[in-house]
Design a protein around this ligand. Structure first.
Ligand code: WT7
Length: 634
């Protein structure tokens, strides 16, 4: 990793310049520091109009050789993963690079023994335990494509994802601990499995001793499978553009988008960005609190840190258990030097009495990170003052599932930070601010829509099974550019501040939710005619959801109905998608072409009704006053 690191602001500026002037030479030099099975012939071929992006064509590379094999000689005995359990009285697990290598190879053979081969899709629905890391790396070892589904998602959300990519296998755990609760994951899976004909095998890791329902011929236990597997497993030969994984993210239509990441560019991109943004030194301990079910966990708990030879912490639990000091207790216990979390976690911890922080020393910390949503000024300062004690640079990292790795962020200790600003693009990233008519805004001190002009190695290559949608969502808004869906402001020195989504996606507690998905769930209720869901500002979650619901004439609004709708959303999408507020309405403001005017609904939900803008194009302007009047009681 040392050879990847930029060490000063002058070096950053130099690297950035080179990456724009000669991107191929720039990335070739970086890619050369990795372990390739075969070097590439062509560094980059791209056309955002098609769209098509190919990095390192002709090259062959297996990410696990970069995360594991190549470290064995020098770092074999270094801790790769420290696992911290939900229950502080249970023992932490320390797994060295050599141990992890053996475990991954062994489980890779389990996959092979069960008929999984290169190109097969494997769904992983697991809690934050080392076996989740082992399962994903084992897939990568043999070229199977993992599709990890966050273990908070419902049965039908799992089934939808499994069916979309026709996974052959499901890997799960019997139960999961979450604070003082235990959730039966296998039961949730069994329900999903009723609708997933492509699944042939299910492997179940026993996290608890409770009896587990197992289906003969289909289900087997992780440990029983391991007994039958050897620990020698050659890494599969992988073309640079072979698929590494699919990860679903919300879209503006109801259907989740299976973002496809490929091996070569993703390996290079995540490792390079990890090394430069966080600036770890030899014995540092890095902890990202995300769940591996999201891209942050893929790129910055597992692949990036391991490829860089770092020690990465995996935490099974939640920040409030057994009390609100848990994060800080772990920082002290493990001597965490780099701590990376989401603004929503910071805000919820900032609300607690300061004693939960003050009981802990926190002097091991060197760098703090933030990801997932804009960090507000207050949260930034609380983090900086109380956790960083004014001594730790904060890296506010902007990126997306689609970008695979960090795009705009300070480099820790190198880039001057500014509260609420993600600051400057990483080398290789060429942002542009666009106005609504599709022209680039070149000025400083300007607001616009954020697009990217040139490909970077870890960009998602397509939406699984739907390239047309990939083109429409990301490459149609602006000519020959990738559109992020975010708005941004650029200050006088070129620093970027991300102002939030400009489409129908709402970020709730750092989770990316498509409003259409939630509307579809609500509309499933037999009493509901139609619904519209929007986000509104919330002081802990960043945004919360507000649902406007039209009922059939013979259905009476009631608290029971509200609960039914919330439960329905929790069961179809997941508990994180539950609306905070539900308002029953007689109609929704619609344009003459039948589109719901969400801008107005957003303003009403945010209690920002001073200037509703132009409502004259509405088919039913009178409904706005009615909704507004009743919103006061919600
Ligand atoms: C959306 C992507 C990237 C990993 C986690 C989320 C928002 C992300 C920031 C940030 C402001 C941010 C954007 C983006 N976002 N990081 N530092 N400042 N906004 O991945 O679920 O794909 O969501 O999260 O709106 O488009 P994701």
């Amino acid at each position: 990793m040392e050879n990847l690191k930029i060490r000063s602001f002058a070096e950053y500026k130099k690297a950035y310049k080179k990456s724009v002037q000669d991107p191929e030479a720039f990335w070739s030099e970086i890619a050369n520091t990795f372990t390739w099975q075969k070097k590439w012939d062509k560094t980059l071929e791209w056309d955002f109009r098609k769209p098509e992006v190919k990095w390192f064509q002709g090259g062959q590379i297996n990410i696990t050789e970069n995360c594991l094999d190549r470290h064995l000689k020098k770092l074999g005995n270094k801790t790769a993963i420290i696992w911290e359990p939900n229950d502080p009285d249970e023992e932490s697990r320390y797994i060295t690079y050599r141990q992890l290598f053996v475990k991954v190879c062994r489980f890779a053979n389990v996959l092979r023994n069960n008929g999984i081969k290169k190109g097969d899709k494997v769904c992983i629905y697991m809690p934050m335990i080392p076996e989740l890391a082992i399962a994903m790396l084992a897939c990568a070892r043999i070229g199977a494509v993992h599709s990890i589904v966050f273990a908070g998602f419902s049965s039908s959300a799992i089934a939808r994802r499994i069916n979309d990519s026709e996974c052959k296998m499901l890997i799960t755990a019997n139960e999961v601990y979450r604070g003082s609760k235990k959730v039966n994951l296998k039961e949730i899976c069994d329900k999903a499995l009723e609708e997933t004909p492509s699944i042939e095998k299910v492997i179940v890791y026993r996290r608890t001793v409770e009896p587990t329902n197992m289906v003969e011929g289909r289900d087997s236990f992780w440990f029983d499978e391991l007994q039958k597997a050897s620990q020698d497993c050659e890494a599969e030969i992988m073309d640079a553009e072979d698929m590494l994984f699919i990860l679903y993210t919300s879209g503006s239509t109801g259907k989740p988008k299976g973002m496809v990441h490929t091996v070569g560019g993703y390996t290079v991109g995540t490792t390079y960005t990890f090394a430069n943004v966080f600036q770890l030194e030899k014995d540092d301990v890095y902890w990202c609190t995300a769940d591996i079910g999201w891209i942050t966990g893929h790129s910055y708990i597992i692949y990036g840190p391991l490829a860089a030879g770092a020690t990465t912490v995996m935490f099974e639990g939640i920040p409030s258990y057994p009390d609100y000091g848990r994060f800080w207790e772990i920082v002290d216990k493990l001597n965490v030097t780099h701590f990376y979390t989401a603004p929503t976690a910071i805000r919820s911890l900032a609300k607690q009495p300061l004693k939960f922080v003050e009981q802990h020393d926190l002097s091991s910390l060197k760098v703090l990170g933030s990801v997932g949503e804009p960090i507000n000024e207050e949260a930034w300062h609380w983090y900086n003052d109380n956790i960083g004690k004014g001594n730790c640079p904060i890296v506010d990292t902007w990126w997306q599932t689609e970008t695979g790795g960090i795009m705009i962020s300070p480099l820790a200790g190198i880039t001057p930070t500014r509260p609420t600003f993600a600051t400057l693009p990483l080398p290789g990233v060429q942002p542009a601010l666009m106005d609504e008519t599709g022209n680039e805004i070149k000025e400083l001190n300007a607001d616009g829509r954020l697009a990217i002009k040139f490909p970077w190695p870890s960009i998602a290559r397509t939406i699984y099974g739907d390239h047309q949608r990939y083109k429409e969502v990301y490459f149609s808004a602006f000519e020959n550019m990738y559109f992020t869906g975010d708005g941004a402001y650029r200050d006088a020195t070129g620093n970027y501040r991300i102002t939030g989504r400009v489409d129908d996606i709402v970020i709730v507690s750092g989770h990316n939710l498509g409003t259409a998905t939630i509307e579809n769930a609500i509309d499933e209720h037999e009493g509901v005619v139609e619904s519209a869901v929007v986000g509104f500002p919330h002081d802990v979650k960043g945004n919360a959801l507000y649902a406007y619901v039209i009922l059939y004439n013979d259905v009476e609004p009631s608290d029971k109905l509200i609960k039914e709708i919330k439960d329905l959303v929790a069961n179809t999408v997941g508990p994180i998608a539950k609306p905070d507020k539900i308002q029953f309405v007689n109609g929704l403001p619609k344009t003459r072409s039948g589109k719901i005017m969400r801008r107005i609904l957003r303003k009403i939900a945010s209690n920002d009704t001073g200037n509703l803008g132009d409502t004259s194009t509405l088919l039913n302007p009178e409904i706005v006053d009615e909704i507004m009047a009743e919103a006061k009681n919600i």
